[in-house]
Design a protein around this ligand. Structure first.
Ligand code: ACO
Length: 383
């Protein structure tokens, strides 16, 4: 007989650590009741659509936005760490030959990405942030049977990522749309992958180990793996009239609607709005708004049906729903959605690790034992 542990109540155990405050941070504030996210003091809807990724990275790593000279120096420093060591490229080539899923390749590449570099936390943090676009881009090209493209050191971070994937310098609109996305998802309080990174580095392990663990945590469909399935649902629906029947059928089967619900937000995720606006701008200038309009209609039907089926649960749209739409508009295949999330979130992981090393203590909670007691070992009779 299997027991659903979630149904058991144990004194003092908070299921999923819901509501527990486990760190103090200056990096981001998530207000789940008001539906607000601030990044080191700046509202995400103010900062993300306008700032350069390099400015946001400077903000999270050094606590303030850079002035123009600092911006340019920091951008050069980040660019200087873009290239992958040859053994990493070789590892990615081998992984591509085995048709390894991109998140697994990223996890392996991240783990050895610091080969030959000094074990200095800030340097490791910058090297990790700088190397993620090439880790994903080089791997993707190898997996598609294409040769990697030489690094363009002159491009800003977001444009460099698109260039690593496609080999083509992106238009300013495409680069801006991706930059808005990377800024929007770069940090988000003590989410599961950031918590994993902080736990690892709290043992005074190194930042690369922490980031490698965080990649593993991000991969799961309850965290960063949702946008692919969210887009699949929009495609399956295909036209607004079918939304109700398809979504009802999914809920009847007990399925979760990917791109909806959030542990902290009980109102609409503010990042969904930033990305919805970026997607609308992008799809409108690209000439075909039909997918965007369909997604809007799917969203409103999904919200209506979630309210009907789960009254009192306050399930709303999360960041992943519009992530899928925006990244699809940029021409990225669904397999690259979660790795692209990692290209943005690695900044938050790195900044949290530095904060934890500076100010944190070993993270070591306790568990309540609920297994059997007083059993006695009897060696099995020899045959
Ligand atoms: N669709 C349908 N029902 C849902 C959904 C959903 N998307 N999300 C939660 N519920 C329901 C659950 O079935 C449960 O109902 P019940 O009490 O009747 O059994 C109730 O709401 C509470 O669910 P929990 O799993 O306890 O809520 P939790 O806070 O742990 O879940 C989570 C948060 C994992 C994000 C959840 O909403 C979910 O699975 N969403 C879909 C996956 C997704 O979009 N993930 C991306 C999140 S954003 C990010 O990580 C960047």
């Amino acid at each position: 007989m299997t027991i659903d542990l979630r149904l058991l109540q144990h004194e003092g155990v908070i299921d999923g650590l819901e509501g527990i405050v486990a760190a103090a941070t200056r990096l981001s504030r998530v207000d789940g009741e008001a539906g607000q996210l601030t990044l080191a003091g700046y509202a995400v809807d103010d900062l993300a659509p306008r700032a350069a990724f390099e400015e946001v990275a400077h903000l999270l790593l050094y606590g303030r936005l850079p002035d123009p000279a600092e911006h340019s120096a920091f951008a050069q420093q980040l660019a200087a760490h873009r290239a992958l060591p040859a053994p990493v490229v070789e590892l990615l080539r081998q992984a591509a030959g085995l048709d390894t899923p991109p998140m697994d390749a990223l996890r392996m590449g991240a783990a050895i990405g610091s080969l030959g570099r000094a074990q200095d936390p800030l340097n490791d943090a910058i090297a990790a942030i700088a190397s993620f676009p090439a880790l994903v881009g080089v791997y993707w090209r190898l997996r598609c049977g294409e040769p990697p493209v030489p690094i363009r050191y002159d491009l800003p971070h977001a444009a460099h990522y698109l260039h690593q994937l496609s080999g083509v310098e992106p238009s300013p609109e495409r680069a801006r749309a991706l930059e808005t996305y990377l800024n929007t998802v770069c940090d988000h309080g003590l989410n599961a992958s950031t918590f994993a990174a902080r736990v690892i580095v709290s043992t005074h392990s190194d930042i690369i180990s922490a980031i490698t663990g965080a990649v593993g945590a991000l991969k799961g469909p309850l965290h960063g793996g949702a946008p692919g399935p969210a887009l699949d649902m929009v495609f399956e629906i295909g036209s607004a009239e079918r939304a109700e029947s398809v979504i009802r059928a999914r809920l009847d089967r007990g399925e979760r609607l990917m791109g909806f619900g959030h542990r902290v937000y009980h109102v609409r995720d503010p990042r969904a709005d930033v990305l919805a606006q970026a997607a609308e701008r992008f799809y409108s200038t690209g000439g075909d708004r039909s997918l965007y309009d369909l997604a809007r209609s799917v969203e409103s039907t999904a919200l209506r049906l979630l309210r009907e089926r789960k009254p009192g649960r306050r399930l709303d749209t999360n960041v992943e729903f519009y992530t899928a739409l925006l990244l699809h508009g940029l021409g990225l295949p669904a397999e690259l959605f979660t790795p692209t999330f990692a290209v943005g979130r690695v900044l938050g992981w790195a900044a949290h690790c530095l904060e934890q090393l500076r100010e944190g203590r070993l993270i070591r909670p306790q568990s309540t034992y609920i297994g059997p007691v007083d059993l006695h070992y009897h060696p099995a009779p020899r045959s």
